[in-house]
Design a binder for this molecule. Structure first.
Ligand code: KG4
Ligand code: ZN
Length: 354
């Protein structure tokens, strides 16, 4: 089965073709993937939804044509059309969903709407055949921070999430604070790589002694106290030129410590032996290195997608659609608040694995 995926939920216009058998545990091959990142938002230091929609409108047709051409396919060779239906920016989602509906109708093929975050869980499996359930999933992007127990595809238990900013959002805000431009994540990482780890010691929010698995803070994260500490440190530093790298390093080290501790706790609680990373922050090499080392000590393996499958892309949407192929139908609508399918909320027992 050949699946055409289309993703326009935020500021990347992407189309991809994936080949595989529909259903559970299906291995899949990535035939093509085209990602066009919108750079217009850099001027405004953040994503401007109306500009995102307009850029998607101009790009979605050519990007899809390119993905099909790269895979050597005509529209009628596609068996299933998959599109991100939510969550995301309303106008941006609408462009992708409308285009996908038109494409499916013209080609006479079924259409399926995919949840963007479920897509992130599937992305790594395209690179790494071992990134399959059961695993602990950590999705860290510009809009979301989710720690999940993935018992099987389609069966997700929420272990922890952010109380305020998403991790990528915090990187972006700190990037702006340090005068690095948008998006901040890659730039903060670059600065941090030559910063002195001993110069600033920022708080590790929601990571203090004596926490127990029954505490609601045990697996949740928070970025606000850390951000405030950065604001004060930037003010105190005065001239940023000499301090920027050290501040970036202090911030990144704090984020890495918190995420690493929470993921190790999640592994201990669930007894899973694999952790799958997803979302734009998965591009952060320092995070992956620290997580990988801590997990090796805890007896678990870390599976990190390549950068193009970490940030938003349509390949992960097409891959998730193989699993959900049986649910294809005409009623696909853009929904900025789309509920995560198969997600059990907090509150399920957090017992240690025998
Ligand atoms: O998954 P993604 O492309 O879009 C969303 O769904 O939000 O993630 C984008 C986020 C941005 O906040 C960006 O700053 C962050 O991922 N990011 C990084 C790095 N590369 C991208 N954060 C930290 N380190 C990086 N190397
Ligand atoms: Zn995303």
């Amino acid at each position: 089965m050949k699946v055409l995926g289309i993703e326009t939920s935020c500021d990347e216009t992407s189309a991809a073709v994936v080949t595989g058998e529909p259903g559970e545990g299906a291995a899949a091959h990535l035939d093509s993937c085209v990602i066009l990142s919108q750079d217009v938002h850099a001027v405004y230091q953040g994503i401007v939804p109306e500009l995102a929609s307009r850029a998607h409108l101009a790009a979605v047709g050519p990007v899809t044509d390119r993905a099909l051409a790269d895979a050597g396919l005509a529209p009628r060779d596609v068996d299933l059309v998959a599109v991100t239906a939510g969550p995301g920016l309303a106008g941006a989602l609408l462009v992708g969903v409308s285009y996908a509906k038109g494409f499916a109708l013209a080609a006479g093929r079924p259409l399926i709407g995919i949840h963007h975050l479920e897509g992130h869980l599937f992305g790594t499996a395209l690179d790494d055949p071992d990134a399959v359930p059961p695993f602990v999933g950590l999705i860290v992007s510009g809009g979301h921070t989710l720690l999940l127990d993935v018992e099987a595809w389609g069966r997700y238990r929420l272990l922890g999430s952010t109380r305020d900013d998403a991790v990528g959002e915090a990187f972006d805000k700190v990037g702006a604070l340090l005068g690095l431009g948008f998006p901040g994540g890659p730039k903060v990482e670059r600065e941090a790589s030559h910063g002195d780890p001993g110069r600033y010691r920022f708080p590790r929010p929601m990571l203090h002694g004596g926490q127990r698995p029954s505490d609601t803070e045990y697996l949740d994260v928070s970025m606000s106290g850390l951000k405030t500490a950065l604001v004060h440190a930037v003010k105190a530093a005065g001239d940023l030129a000499g301090e920027r790298a050290h501040l970036a390093r202090g911030f990144q080290d704090a984020v890495i410590d918190v995420l690493t501790a929470k993921v190790v706790r999640a592994v201990e609680l669930t007894g899973r032996s694999r952790v799958v990373l997803g979302g734009g922050v998965a591009c952060n090499k320092a995070l992956a290195a620290a997580l990988g080392a801590a997990l090796a000590e805890a007896g678990a393996s870390l599976h990190v997608p390549s950068p193009r499958l970490s940030t938003d892309n349509a390949a992960m949407i097409a891959r998730a659609a193989l699993f959900r192929a049986g649910e294809a139908g005409p009623a696909v609508d853009a929904d900025p608040q789309l509920p995560f399918p198969g997600l059990t909320a907090h509150g399920a027992p957090r017992t240690a694995h025998p």
